[in-house]
Design a binder for this molecule. Structure first.
Ligand SMILES: CC(C)(COP(=O)(O)OP(=O)(O)OC[C@H]1O[C@@H](n2cnc3c(N)ncnc32)[C@H](O)[C@@H]1OP(=O)(O)O)[C@@H](O)C(=O)NCCC(=O)NCCS
Length: 375
């Protein structure tokens, strides 16, 4: 057995013999919402969980229980407790870190938890490990206390991924995801290329559909390809729709006519510029191959699964492995710490529906590379 990385305690998977000690720990650590002996026995025997204990000289010091519900990429921290004798020695932190690693190995992308809003010790621990508050529940506990909901991404871009390191750039307006995604790709392919807020708007003026949904238009894939071609990059567009893109997203006939004209102009400009517009679905295997060949791709996704809004959104593909696609999302809700927007993992099976937009089931990608090559 490998030596414990912690000098004063060790961490191991729970065993059936631990139940009495776990029950005693539960009594010592919680005043309400305790796990009953029966529930403890259930989770000790269950499979869809991570259940670890910390011990010293065969004394149980603490435990962590994470539930891995089937059909979701979320792991849920169900309970974390360190008995009074073990506190303040890094045991809680070590247990949670070990549980994150085990959950990540089981294919989970995010860890979520609820914590009583007045539990200062636990909140400080979670914050130290990188958890962020994203909501709350009123009257969540038996004593009517409120709970904070916190989340952390536990799967990062694996070391062995294929693509070049792509610098992250945060969009500065809510309609310039396309230009921001394009700038990330261009900066990755050419060290001399400098993203800037002016360049972001310049790209948008070249690539916009003018109108989209209820407001200012986002960017058309062919528009983005033309704009990147104008900056010396080689591009191709995969596009499964012949009719004007996003025309259904606006209400008036006049706006639809503008969108249709812009769409037609982009298509004829692509033909003149020799930019291939490939009217086929692209596959995840193709994406992987393009990355291996040194190309990058801008992908249009629906943000529905990310934030519940059905908004078309451009992201830059940065990597792909057996389970996930990794993207740089130019939209960050935390400007100070945009870590969660970098190499954001999207499970392969989720990407299939995320990359379809609207009633027309638009699926599109813009391929970009430095030098000319056949696609
Ligand atoms: C919360 C709990 C698990 C922490 O366990 P622990 O082993 O003492 O924590 P650690 O020693 O690993 O401390 C890690 C970090 O947590 C924070 N922390 C821990 N105890 C703290 C306290 N009493 N006050 C403020 N912050 C505290 C600190 O940020 C600490 O980092 P630092 O040592 O660098 O300052 C433990 O206090 C406990 O079991 N409490 C009762 C049960 C509970 O509330 N569980 C969480 C339910 S959501």
């Amino acid at each position: 057995m490998p030596a414990s990385p912690y000098p004063h305690f060790s961490i191991r998977p729970v065993g059936a013999a631990d139940t009495p000690a776990l029950h005693a720990l539960e009594q010592a650590c919680f005043d309400s919402d305790r796990l009953s002996r029966r529930r403890l026995r259930h989770w000790v025997a269950a499979e869809n969980r991570v259940f670890l204990v910390a011990e010293r000289e065969e004394q149980l010091l603490g435990y962590v229980l994470v539930l891995l519900r089937r059909g979701t990429r979320l792991a849920r921290l169900y309970s974390l407790a360190v008995g009074p004798r073990g506190r303040g020695q890094g045991i809680g932190k070590a247990l949670l870190s070990a549980a994150e690693e085990a959950s990540s190995h089981s294919g989970r992308l995010f860890m979520r938890l609820e914590v009583a809003e007045d539990n200062r010790a636990a909140i400080a621990l979670y914050q130290q490990l990188g958890y962020r508050t994203f909501g709350s529940y009123a009257n969540y506990y038996e004593d009517d206390g409120n709970a904070l909901r916190m989340q952390k991404r536990i799967r990062y871009r694996p070391e062995n991924l294929l693509s070049a390191r792509v610098p992250w750039y945060g969009q500065t307006t809510d309609f310039t995801c396309g230009p921001a995604a394009a700038m990330m790709a261009m900066a990755a392919l050419d060290a001399d290329y400098r993203p800037s807020a002016s360049e972001e708007l310049a790209l948008w003026r070249e690539a916009t559909t003018i109108f989209m949904t209820s407001g200012t238009g986002g960017c058309h894939p062919i528009g983005l390809a033309l704009a990147m071609r104008a900056r010396g990059f080689d591009c191709a567009v995969y596009l499964n729709q012949r009719t004007p893109l996003f025309a259904d997203s606006v209400r008036t006939q006049a706006k639809r006519a503008v969108i249709a004209r812009v769409d037609a102009d982009f298509r004829s400009a692509a033909a003149t510029a020799g930019i291939p517009v490939i009217e086929r679905e692209f596959t995840q295997e193709q994406l992987q191959q393009w990355l291996e060949e040194g190309a990058l791709a801008l992908l249009l996704i629906s943000t529905y699964r990310l934030d519940g809004k059905k908004v078309p959104h451009w992201v830059t593909l940065t990597g792909i492995d057996g389970e996930c696609l990794y993207v740089h999302d130019p939209d960050s809700d935390d400007e100070q710490n945009p870590l969660d927007s970098r190499d954001l993992p999207i499970a392969r099976e989720d990407f299939v529906s995320m990359s379809l937009f609207g009633k027309e089931k638009l699926r599109t990608a813009v391929l970009i590379r430095k030098s000319s090559k056949d696609y």
